[in-house]
Design a protein around this ligand. Structure first.
Ligand code: MN3
Length: 200
């Protein structure tokens, strides 16, 4: 069955002024849609057609012959995860078990933000910054291009897209400002907390 572009979890203008409606028109309407279309074309009439998105990602990771399939499947998943990693009036501080896990892993929310920002800004070229649960603890990771924690056997809690198309219309080349805005005004701690519960 063909995959479809999942609708955004909020209106296209809901994250303004931090992320513009125009950014969503391109990033969701064009980029995310293109990954869905490419993926459908790659699996059409093939044995892979019956697999879930997660199965496609896991089974094609590090398989040179399936690089295109992996890149498009993972980018479909990554973007859906990114939209949910943000919300209107996001930011603030996590609570409960997630807050405790962040304190334990990083020594506090501010230290987490520093580490996440360093990972996001330090990813050379295109990729993603992540908060993940792995081996019973939290950590920050960064991945190139389409690679994600799911492929690497870790549980993603949050992500920030640091491909230039994610921020160029709103921030031009200022990736550090984009990541800081993501952490201060957009991040959806409820989504991260729900993912932590699932991971445990
Ligand atoms: Mn993107």
């Amino acid at each position: 069955m063909a995959f479809e572009l999942p609708p955004l979890p909020y209106p296209k203008s809901a994250l303004e002024p931090h992320m513009s409606e125009r950014t969503f028109e391109f990033h969701h309407g064009r980029h995310h849609q293109a990954y869905v279309t490419n993926l459908n074309n790659l699996i059409k009439g093939k044995p892979e057609e019956g697999l879930s998105l997660e199965e496609l990602i896991r089974s094609s990771y590090r398989d040179e012959a399936k690089a295109g399939l992996f890149n498009n499947a993972a980018q479909v998943w990554n973007h859906s995860f990114f939209w949910n990693s943000m919300k209107p009036k996001g930011g603030g501080a996590p609570s409960g078990a997630l807050a405790a896990a962040i304190d334990k892993a990083f020594g506090g929310l501010d230290k987490f933000k520093e580490e996440f920002k360093a990972a996001a800004v330090g990813q050379f070229g295109s990729g993603w910054a992540w908060l993940v649960a792995a081996g019973g603890a939290l950590k920050v990771t960064r991945t190139p291009n389409a690679v994600n924690p799911l492929a690497q056997g870790e549980s993603a809690l949050l992500t920030c897209d640091v491909w230039e198309h994610a921020y160029y219309l709103d921030f031009q080349n200022r990736r550090p400002d984009f990541v800081q805005t993501f952490l201060d005004h957009l991040v959806n701690w409820d989504f991260a907390a729900a993912n932590l519960t699932k991971a445990r």
